[in-house]
Design a protein around this ligand. Structure first.
Ligand code: HEM
Length: 127
C-alpha cells in the first residue's frame, strides 16, 4: 500500500496554486525583488518540482536537477534574516490565500521556517 504523504493530502493542484500565489508576492516584496529574476516562471517551475518532493511526492526536482544542495544553490544570493522573514511572510499569506489550514499547514510551515533559517548566508549589515 502507498504511504499517505503531505503531498497527497494537499494535492498537486493546490500545491501549484500555492507556489503561484507565493511568487506573485515575492515579485512585489521590496526585500526580495533585488535578488530574484524579473521573470519568475522558471523559478516557480523548479519550486513546484522541489516542494513536491519535499512533501513526500515524486522526486521531480532531483530527476531534472540532481541533488538539491539547497544551501549551496542559494550562496550566490545574499540572504539575510530580513530576507528569510520576507520569504516566509510571502508563503504565510499565500497559504492564507489558497485556504491551507490546520495541522498540515502548521507542519509544512514549521519545516519551511527551519529550511529558510538554514539558507541565511549574509549578515544584515553587509547588504
Ligand atoms: C532558488 C531566494 C528560501 C527553495 C532561489 C533563488 C533565489 C532564492 C534568489 C534563485 C531564483 C532563480 O534564479 O530562479 C531565497 C530566499 C530565501 C529562500 C531569499 C529565504 C530564506 C528557500 C526555501 C526553499 C527554497 C526555504 C525550500 C523550501 C528554492 C529552490 C530554488 C530556489 C528549489 C531553485 C534552485 C535551482 O535553481 O534549481 N531562492 N530562497 N528557497 N530556492 Fe530559494
Amino acid at each position: 500500500e502507498k504511504m499517505h504523504t503531505p503531498f497527497d493530502a494537499i494535492g498537486e493542484e493546490k500545491l501549484h496554486q500555492l507556489i503561484d500565489a507565493f511568487y506573485l508576492r515575492v515579485g512585489q516584496h521590496p526585500d526580495l525583488v533585488p535578488i530574484f529574476p524579473d521573470d519568475l516562471t522558471e523559478t516557480a517551475r523548479k519550486q513546484k518540482q522541489f516542494l513536491t518532493q519535499y512533501l513526500g511526492g515524486p522526486p521531480l526536482y532531483t530527476s531534472e536537477h540532481g541533488h538539491p544542495m539547497l544551501r549551496a544553490r542559494h550562496i550566490p544570493f545574499p540572504i539575510t534574516e530580513t530576507r528569510a522573514r520576507a520569504w516566509l511572510s510571502c508563503m504565510d499569506s499565500a497559504m492564507d490565500e489558497i485556504g491551507l489550514e490546520g495541522p498540515l499547514r502548521e507542519d509544512f510551515f514549521a519545516r519551511l521556517v527551519l529550511t529558510a533559517q538554514h539558507m541565511i548566508n549574509t549578515p544584515e549589515n553587509d547588504v
